[in-house]
Design a protein around this ligand. Structure first.
Ligand SMILES: [Zn+2]
Length: 293
């Protein structure tokens, strides 16, 4: 069975990125797994602390493992934005493939020290687990925001990225390169797109030489996503776009079947709606980029 590390190495060679989609329930998981299997591409599903609390840490691990085994399929499970060592240790014990250990809100020195400790503790439980660290400010909350936060001061510098990677021993870095969690209303309506600092991504990549994750990919300009992957992004996170699709699909199912009470007759509307978004994002991330890096 392919490991996440192998899949990342392959994506680097092919100039593509692994799509990472957050799931909080079986509807989202079915949709994401279905989209990836349709396109025959590896995929990562993620669950933040809140999503894991709803789903259950061991329950989501068992479901993802069952999909991987039944279909002999490269679907990986990531513990997204984990803010404490205790929670990180829980997911390592449950068999997650990777952890985003996110202390980016702390001062740099503290972030370095505690992330390094976490890397050591997590590898002691499972030497194969990949640990992602984060520096810079990409905002919080994969939801619809009224106004854009000013994240310009929190952009990651290549020098700081290099220092952070070398001091902590992380496997994957999540930099702040113009990306942001959540979407603005104008982005949901399709009137505005997020733009990325491609040059910064390329400089960070050449400074750190490890896989990079782009968080907060929802609502980003397609061409910027292609260029970002060409510049060295290996994983792209999409959450808010799926949440919007989930809600729209659910509303469609409820309005088309106003008297229906059978869940498996209503929920497929939501599965289809989410699957469509996941499929189009995966197709974009897996189209090989021409830009060499
Ligand atoms: Zn994120």
């Amino acid at each position: 069975m392919q490991t996440l590390r192998n899949a990342l190495e392959q994506s680097e060679k092919d100039g593509v990125a692994i799509g990472h989609f957050n799931v909080a329930d079986l509807v989202l998981l079915k949709a994401v797994a279905g989209a990836a299997r349709d396109l025959k591409v590896p995929v990562a599903v993620g669950a933040s602390e809140g999503e894991r609390e709803f789903f259950g840490v061991r329950q989501i691990a068992a479901l993802v493992r069952s999909l991987r085994e039944e279909y002999d399929y490269p679907i990986f499970l990531n513990a997204d934005h984990t803010h404490s060592l205790a929670h990180a240790l829980d997911v390592a014990k449950a068999g997650f493939d990777s952890v985003v250990f996110d202390l980016s809100a702390l001062p740099f020195e503290q972030n370095v020290r505690q992330t390094k400790e976490a890397v050591e503790a997590l590898k002691a439980i499972n030497p194969e687990i990949l640990v992602e660290g984060e520096i810079g400010d990409i905002g919080t909350g994969s939801e619809i925001h009224e106004t854009a936060p000013d994240l310009s001061k929190g952009l990651t510098s290549p020098q700081q990225a290099k220092e952070f990677v070398e001091a902590t021993g992380i496997d994957i870095l999540a930099p702040a390169v113009g990306n942001m969690h959540g979407m603005l209303k104008s982005m949901v309506q399709g009137q505005a797109r997020k733009r990325l600092d491609i040059e910064r991504i390329a400089k960070i990549k050449s400074a750190v030489q490890i896989p990079l994750t782009l968080h907060g990919g929802s609502g980003t300009d397609d061409e910027d996503l292609r260029k970002a992957i060409g510049a060295g992004i290996n994983i792209v996170h999409i959450n808010t776009e799926l949440r919007v699709a989930w809600r729209r699909g659910l509303e469609e199912g409820l309005s088309k079947e106003p008297d229906e009470v059978v869940p498996y007759k209503i929920l497929p509307f939501a599965v289809r709606s989410v699957q469509e978004v996941a499929r189009s994002r995966l197709a974009l991330f897996n189209a090989a980029c021409n830009a060499a890096h």
